[in-house]
Design a binder for this molecule. Structure first.
Ligand SMILES: [Cu+2]
Length: 234
């Protein structure tokens, strides 16, 4: 009987922790202004010559004197999330429909083993690869992941299918760093994909880079930090 009670208590506690993290995460859905993809020309694709757009995103391990934390969130979030990683300049991204889009990432964080090796592979890019420091690759070592950029739809979505997942390699622990603690030679990743019709999607990081529940709490559930919106606009 005692054992049953202990089991029950830990299940209840477990649920409370998950619900609690969810509540903290939903306190604020505010994000910095959306990044709007810029046209850089046209590109030939399996679907013909399409307008080509670019987006630039940086990933930082923490804020510093040189890189202020995201403005999203309430003071309580800022307090809870200080020292946590985030995407810059925003996590809200807008790209045009029926176009080719290239996202360029500059990744300054360390990393480690990702729980699910599926997310160490590139999914949904135009040719199944990404460019990593000048090389074409379709996956990286699952033990060397810094973050992922994973775009997907809402479970109940009736919008056009969109799934894109890019692993961003970690910087080694002994990487040379600048006075703010960021690697002087960060990881550079580019991925190119084709958009379909308009739709609103979400994205998040699938590397356990946060804290609390299995490192999936804190910034992982916070728009403006490791999650955001991805809009394909007509
Ligand atoms: Cu992350």
């Amino acid at each position: 009987m005692k054992r049953l009670l202990v089991t029950l208590a830990s299940v209840v506690l477990g649920i409370a922790v998950v619900v609690g993290i969810g509540l903290v995460a939903s306190v604020s859905g505010a994000e910095p202004d959306a990044i709007v993809a810029k046209q850089v020309g046209t590109k030939s694709t399996p679907k013909g010559e399409l307008p080509h757009y670019e987006v630039h995103l940086d990933v930082y391990p923490n804020s510093s004197a040189a890189v202020p934390p995201p403005s999203a969130g309430t003071p309580i979030n800022a307090e809870l999330l200080s020292g946590q990683p985030f995407y810059k300049p925003s996590t809200s991204i807008q790209v045009p429909a029926n176009s080719v889009v290239t996202i360029h990432f500059t990744q300054y964080d360390s990393g480690g083993q990702i729980y699910n090796p599926y997310f160490a592979k590139v999914h949904g890019s135009m040719d199944g690869t990404m460019t990593w420091n000048g090389k074409q690759v379709s996956e990286i070592k699952s033990s060397e992941v810094g973050h992922t950029f994973t775009v997907h739809q809402f479970p109940e979505s009736t919008q056009p299918y969109l799934f894109l997942s890019v692993p961003l390699p970690m910087n080694p622990a002994n990487a040379k760093t600048d006075s703010n603690g960021y690697p002087v030679d960060p990881q550079k990743i580019s991925v190119t994909f084709i958009t379909g019709e308009a739709g609103t999607y979400v994205w998040n990081c699938e590397f356990p880079c946060g804290d609390m529940y299995q490192e999936f709490g804190g910034p992982m559930q916070q728009r403006g930090w490791m999650a955001g919106t991805f809009e394909v606009v007509a």
